[in-house]
Design a protein around this ligand. Structure first.
Ligand code: ADP
Length: 624
């Protein structure tokens, strides 16, 4: 059905169309670009936050440092106000005065919270020191090589961070010339420990370091980074540092702080670096120059959290995109399914309509066929009727044929009594004339007997010849055999045929038409007599046996003739088959007999008994 075929949803051919593939690729690229943008934006935002917090830190830390150092800036300049100090420098040999100054310096050092305070002459030899009591006191040490002393002697007071040459203790040195009446007498130095600042730099996750003008880290929240350099030192600088022993004997190896690509909107003092061990991974580096001291403070913040939040943002974007794509796909699928369903519904409706049309057509043609069949039936019934009539005619014809065959015997049968009748009638007249009335009476009795017999014969003939009404009834088998026998009785007697009949039980009834059963029996008897006569059989025997077998009645007619050859047996019941000479047989007898028995619901069959001859068996339904 075409409608059913169109119901099948067509499958898309194997490969995706190129346009669709390009669309998906573009979508994928768009999603990736969006995710990358989200990553970049989130990273930028996180870096900006880090930058702001780093700037704050730098502000705080540099302010703290300046605050600490500015406290001591003025202190070296105060010593020239002390008379003892001036006097000591003017009279270097006065030991009492030196002790006085030592004690004074000791006291001031304690009060100011500095590491040490000492005063040296114009040659750089320390004359008095706050640590004068200690075994490794500075008193007597020549410190002219120290840059801060050199600078102070040159009239350039200043600060200097360095590691002590005696104890290796780092500190900030404030040095200033001691003047009296406009003349320099010596140099006063205050050393302050500023390492304690480092402790306040470890408060947050960032790392802070402080370098000098050469990039040497001298303070750091990470101990490992101390006395390392931001960049390799130039040989001249290295030589100068070694000479001044600013950093004692520390090797000053480079820190290995590498700048990383990825500087985008960052300013010149902000960059991304690879964190040196023990820190690892990228870090945001921000620096601030402390102009007054020519130092640089660097603040490093870990970029890992920023990158993580950027990754999270990218992932979130990808997930959102996937969700959006899935939602779009879902909506499309729903839409497509809806369309398919609609199409299927339409197809179904079409198929249904077609089916209805088809059913209507079929119904109409069926009705036509029924009408035709009814007409055909009428025709067939008519034909059957005609056939039945023809068969009836045929049966009648067969009967007439038998009668024809019997006619010679019957004529003789009638002629003989007729002759006798005439003779006896003539004799009776003579006897009456002669008064022999008794004899005449006897003659008349015989005449009357003869007439009766003739009447019986003609009655039988009429009975046989009449058309039967073919309605089956209970027929006494013995009566039918007797009636049939009557027609061939004379032949039996003439041809000296021994006849025997046995009916068990006596009152045996077959369900059939009596006239027709009689016709069959006459046929079988005639055939048996013919066969025995033609073969010249001797002795001649005709035996009729009738019996019951369940609901059936079996009547057998057996003769002692030549029997039935095989080639004849195959054609026995065919119409117009005969082995008899022309004029003697028509070949209709057995064909009609078989048909009669069959129509009564029975069967006619031929057998060859072992003792020879032929046997025909009529098998009919039994009647009560
Ligand atoms: P018809 O008697 O006119 O020949 P039938 O139909 O009665 O036609 O018989 C057909 C043939 O069957 C006979 O010609 C004969 O050859 C054979 N036949 C019939 N009855 C016997 C019998 N009792 N013995 C031998 N042959 C028989």
């Amino acid at each position: 059905m075409p409608a059913a075929a169109s119901l099948v949803i067509p499958l898309r051919a194997g490969a995706w169309p190129r346009r669709r593939l390009a669309l998906w690729a573009a979508l994928l690229l768009g999603c990736l670009a969006l995710a990358a943008m989200a990553y970049r934006y989130a990273e930028d935002a996180a870096i900006e936050r880090l930058r702001q917090s780093g700037t704050q830190r730098l502000d705080t830390y540099t302010a703290g440092l300046e605050h600490l150092l500015s406290k001591y800036d003025f202190l070296p300049g105060t010593f020239e106000l002390n008379k003892d100090v001036v006097a000591m420098l003017q009279r270097p040999g006065d030991e009492a005065l030196r002790r006085e100054v030592n004690t004074y310096l000791e006291r001031v050092n304690r009060l100011a919270g500095s590491t040490s305070i000492y005063i040296s002459n114009l040659q750089g030899v320390t004359q008095a020191a706050s640590n004068w009591r200690a075994p490794d006191s500075y008193v007597g040490d020549n410190i002219a090589f120290r840059p801060y002393v050199r600078d102070a002697l040159r009239g350039m007071p200043g600060g200097f961070y360095g590691v002590g040459t005696t104890r290796g203790e780092p500190g900030y040195y404030f040095a200033r010339g001691i003047y009296h009446d406009g003349r320099m007498l010596g140099v006063a130095t205050v050393k302050v420990n500023i390492e304690s600042m480092e402790d306040s730099w470890t408060e947050d996750g960032g790392r802070t370091l402080l370098t000098d003008a050469h990039g040497v880290v001298f303070l750091s929240s990470v101990p490992e980074w101390k006395y390392r350099t931001l960049a390799p030192l130039a040989p001249a600088v290295r030589q100068e540092l070694e000479q001044s022993r600013q950093y004692f004997n520390h090797p000053l190896a480079p820190l290995g702080l590498r700048g990383l690509p990825g500087l985008r909107t960052l300013d010149s003092r902000t960059r991304i670096v690879a964190g040196p061990p023990p820190a690892s991974g990228p870090m945001l580096s921000q620096s601030r120059v402390l102009v007054t001291r020519n130092w640089q403070m660097v603040y490093l913040s870990d970029l890992a959290p920023a990158r993580a939040s950027a990754r999270a943002a990218a992932l979130l974007t990808v997930l959102s995109e996937a969700l959006a794509v899935m939602l779009v796909l879902y909506a499309r699928q729903r839409h497509r399914l809806g369309r398919q369903r609609q199409r299927a519904r339409e197809d179904l409706q079409r198929a249904y309509d077609q089916l209805e049309n088809l059913v209507a057509e079929r119904t109409a043609s069926l009705q036509q066929m029924t009408r035709d069949l009814r007409d055909e039936n009428a025709v067939r019934r008519q034909a059957e009727e005609q056939l039945r009539k023809a068969q009836s005619e045929l049966v009648q014809a067969g009967k007439m044929a038998v009668l024809g065959q019997l006619s010679a015997g019957i004529t003789h049968e009638l002629n003989q009594p007729l002759t006798a009748l005439r003779t006896m009638a003539d004799n009776a007249r003579v006897l009456i004339e002669r008064g022999r009335l008794d004899d005449a009476r006897n003659n008349l009795t015989t005449i009357s007997q003869l007439v009766e017999r003739m009447g019986q014969l003609t009655g039988q003939l009429r009975q046989f010849a009449r058309k039967s009404d073919t309605r089956p009834s209970a027929v006494p088998v013995a009566d039918a055999v007797t009636a049939a026998l009557f027609l061939v009785e004379r032949r039996i007697a003439q041809e000296r045929v021994g006849f025997r009949m046995a009916t068990h039980p006596r009152d045996l009834y077959a369900l059939c038409d009596s006239n027709r059963l009689q016709q069959v029996l006459v046929n079988l008897f005639s055939n048996a007599l013919d066969a025995m006569e033609m073969a010249g059989s001797s002795p001649r025997q005709l035996v009729v046996e009738a019996g019951r077998e369940g609901a059936r009645v079996l009547i057998s007619v057996t003769d002692s003739g030549p029997g039935i050859p095989e080639d004849v047996r195959a054609h026995l019941f065919e119409p117009f088959f005969t082995t008899k000479p022309q004029g003697k047989g028509l070949g209709l007898g057995l064909a009609i007999s078989e048909q009669i028995v069959r129509e009564s619901g029975g069967q006619l069959r031929a057998e060859s008994p072992p003792e020879g001859g032929a046997r025909f068996i009529i098998d009919l339904p039994r009647a009560e």
